[in-house]
Write a protein that binds this ligand. Structure first.
Ligand code: UGA
Length: 393
């Protein structure tokens, strides 16, 4: 990082880091003492992964606070950017235990794969603190981005983050359920979501059905909010069903693949070779954490299928991949001799595949498109049968 090398796939990040280093606006320090010395604002951006029983694991937050608490310059503001349960900023303030250091909650809403764009073009800035002055100082840092700013207390700011992510997860589980209904009733989910999305109260985005939602955020945050709800004896049935429906969606994709290959839902896939397109949790990232594609691959493998996969974002040395699939360098190798091809991630380049060539390589001429990403007419013209989600072929 200090040399400007960025080892994650995040468009625009390497350029941003490079510019910052060249202009002397960014430097990397070894050790937290050097990092916080003379700082007016210190951002706490450590991970809060899923811990035991689904609760957010705050070990990294606590250890960094213990480390820097006494080192913070007098009058500085400590900003909690990590996704943390309601009450954590108050707990951080207690742990720091200094009247001359204010704690502010300032959740982030960046999506992986468009984090730089989202940071520079935020829908909103949320800043929460019991210190009005500290909240205003943090809000001022974002003023030139011109986004609506919500100034609130720390607990409400923390809640905004969970409420937003859990709402997005609920929106997706709802769409995936409506897609299943569309399949059974002969309606087309693409037209249905388009028709829904023109209602400004609903909006067009986050309405794409798929193999279930995943990644390092929605699964962990839905689980964490469930735990928070339990801790105050609130039965959050709606969120519980959102999570359960997501698990069923993955199973449903496996049944869809089995049926497309003529095996029948629930039956064994022993000895069936399948080509997979995409393994990351969504296109444009190299992140496999809680990836629905990996989960579907795991379920297919558990039924005995032999899997050959291609993903433009992977190098091949990622943990857990080689145990599950044979990773190849292009879609054609994935298709060769397979009983069907399964699209699990919506990488743009899958749209430019030579489908006639794929048809010649596949043993069974079927493509299961769990993202409704491909043009069914293009596949049909290539002699392939297309199965999507919530749309009749
Ligand atoms: C999510 C939120 O969208 C961000 O606002 C938030 O800041 C971030 O979590 C976080 O808490 O840090 P991210 O995990 O990068 O961002 O991914 P999303 O773009 O939200 O996608 C999540 C999952 O939903 C993926 O598996 C994706 O494929 C799926 N998805 C998304 C759909 O199946 N359909 C859609 O229409 C949109």
């Amino acid at each position: 990082m200090a040399r400007g090398e960025v080892r994650i796939l995040e468009p625009g990040l390497a350029e941003l880091v490079g510019e910052g280093l060249a202009a002397g606006r960014l430097e990397f320090a070894v050790g937290s003492a050097a990092a916080v010395a003379e700082a007016e604002v210190v951002f706490l951006c450590v991970p809060t992964p899923m811990g035991s029983g689904g609760a957010a694991d705050l070990a990294a937050v606590e250890s960094v606070v213990a480390e820097v608490g006494e080192l913070l310059p007098a009058g500085c503001v400590l900003v909690c950017k990590s996704t943390v349960p309601v009450g954590t900023s108050a707990r951080v303030a207690e742990l720091v235990g200094r009247a001359d250091v204010a704690v502010v909650s300032n959740p982030e809403f960046l999506r992986e794969g468009s984090a730089v764009h989202d940071f520079l073009n935020p829908d909103r800035i949320v800043v929460g603190s019991d210190s009005q002055d500290a909240a205003e100082r943090v809000a001022a840092l974002y003023a030139r981005l011109g986004a609506p700013t919500v100034l609130t207390d720390a607990a409400s700011a923390e809640m905004v983050k969970y409420a937003a992510n859990c709402f997005l997860a609920t929106k997706l589980s709802y769409v995936n359920a409506v897609a299943e209904l569309c399949e059974r009733l002969g309606a087309d989910i693409a037209d249905v979501t388009e028709g829904m999305g023109f209602d400004r109260r609903i909006g067009q985005s986050f309405l794409q059905p798929g193999p279930g939602w995943g990644g390092s955020c929605l699964p962990k945050d839905t689980a964490a909010l469930m735990r928070v709800a339990e801790s105050v004896e609130f039965e959050f049935g709606l969120l519980r069903e959102t999570i359960a429906a997501n698990a069923r969606q993955r199973e449903r994709m496996v049944d869809k693949v089995a049926e497309a290959c003529g095996v029948g839902a629930g039956a064994s896939l022993r000895g069936v070779r399948l080509g997979l397109l995409g393994l990351t949790f969504k296109a444009g990232t190299d992140d496999l954490r809680d990836s629905p594609a990996m989960a579907v691959a795991g379920l297919l493998a558990a039924r005995g299928a032999e899997l050959v996969a291609y993903d433009p974002g992977l190098r091949g040395d990622e943990p857990g991949v080689a145990e599950l699939v044979t990773l190849v360098d292009d879609p054609y190798q994935a298709a060769k001799g397979a009983a069907g091809l399964v699209v699990l991630t919506e990488w743009q380049e899958f749209r430019t595949v030579d489908w006639t060539r794929v048809a010649g390589l596949l043993e069974g001429p079927v493509v299961v498109d769990t993202r409704n990403h491909l043009d069914p007419d293009v596949l049909r013209r290539a002699g392939l049968s297309w199965r999507g989600v919530g749309r009749t072929p």
